[in-house]
Design a protein around this ligand. Structure first.
Ligand SMILES: Cc1cc2nc3c(=O)[nH]c(=O)nc-3n(C[C@H](O)[C@H](O)[C@H](O)COP(=O)(O)O)c2cc1C
Length: 269
């Protein structure tokens, strides 16, 4: 529900121009308004609220007074360092991250862009090492089964190289990370595949700024698909599927320089 404060409104139509679904239109007096019939098309993106120069727009009971002001953006240099210095962390301190930092990371998830602004995602955050132990134990059991039956060699030929480590109890999947976040999206969400990856990419970069290391885990994702007890533990609502997994915690490794990755093919037209 969008409300316009006509006492404040300048009739500049900044909100009308920025409404992607055109539900905001000027009425006969020139005030922006939403037709009752159009209400259902509103994406609830709050662009109208954010763009209004005088704070005359309220959206879904959120008033401009309750919004955070615009803050300073990181410099391009700071962003380049963030991107170039992020490494996949596979050695973690045996330490949980503090609660306040965890809350900050979780809160920021809400700002992740999603297709059609559909917020049908569920994040399972493993907050404690003891809970990670559940997944680690299940995974070890599964890996040992795959080794014993010879399936590992057939399905994941490259993984065969880790066989000794796995049998000696080395956690080659979760890398002893103290935490993990699993992003699931509704099976009927318009961008169900992209949304979870984008959300965890944002989470990833924000985590670096708190000194937290991360590692994507394609293998954990496989495990959630194939091992029902692990999937069940995520406690996802029905109709949701886990689609992206990120391990995180304080790094026990320090990199002394940036890498020089092979550039992708970029076509400039
Ligand atoms: C989709 C995806 C899945 C990945 N899965 C795993 C994984 O299961 N285990 C792992 O150790 N690293 C995994 N990685 C991390 C990559 O191996 C890593 O990003 C790559 O080697 C480059 O290293 P860097 O991230 O330190 O720059 C994954 C990365 C992506 C993007």
């Amino acid at each position: 529900m969008i409300r316009i404060n006509e006492q404040k409104c300048l009739k500049c139509h900044a909100c009308v121009r920025d409404c992607i679904v055109h539900v905001l239109r000027p009425n006969e007096q020139g005030f922006p308004m939403v037709n009752a019939d159009d209400e259902r098309y509103c994406l609830h993106c709050q662009h109208c609220l954010a763009v209004c120069p005088v704070g005359a727009v309220e959206c879904d009971s959120i008033s401009p007074e309750n919004c955070n002001p615009i803050g300073e953006m990181p410099s391009p240099e700071a962003m380049m360092n963030l991107i170039c210095q992020r490494r996949s962390i596979r050695q973690y301190k045996d330490e949980e991250i503090d609660e306040k930092t965890m809350q900050n990371l979780i809160q920021a998830l809400a700002w992740s862009p999603t297709g059609c602004n559909v917020h049908n995602m569920v994040f399972t955050v493993i907050q404690h090492k003891s809970e990670m132990e559940f997944f680690r134990t299940k995974m070890t059991q599964a890996m040992n089964f795959l080794i014993k039956t010879g399936i590992l060699r057939i399905v994941y030929p490259n993984f065969w190289r880790y066989m000794d480590e796995i049998q000696n109890g080395v956690d080659v999947i979760f890398r002893n990370a103290p935490h993990m976040i699993v992003a699931a999206s509704a099976n009927n969400a318009p961008c169900k595949e992209a949304d979870p990856w984008i959300a965890l990419s944002y989470f990833d970069l924000l985590a670096q700024s708190f000194g937290i290391g991360t590692c994507w885990s394609g293998f954990a994702l496989h495990a959630f698909r194939w091992i029902p007890s692990m999937r069940k533990r995520l406690a996802l609502p029905s109709g949701y599927t886990a689609r992206a997994v990120l391990l995180f915690g304080y790094p026990a490794v320090e990199y002394k320089r940036q890498t020089s990755p092979t550039p992708f093919l970029v076509k400039l037209l």
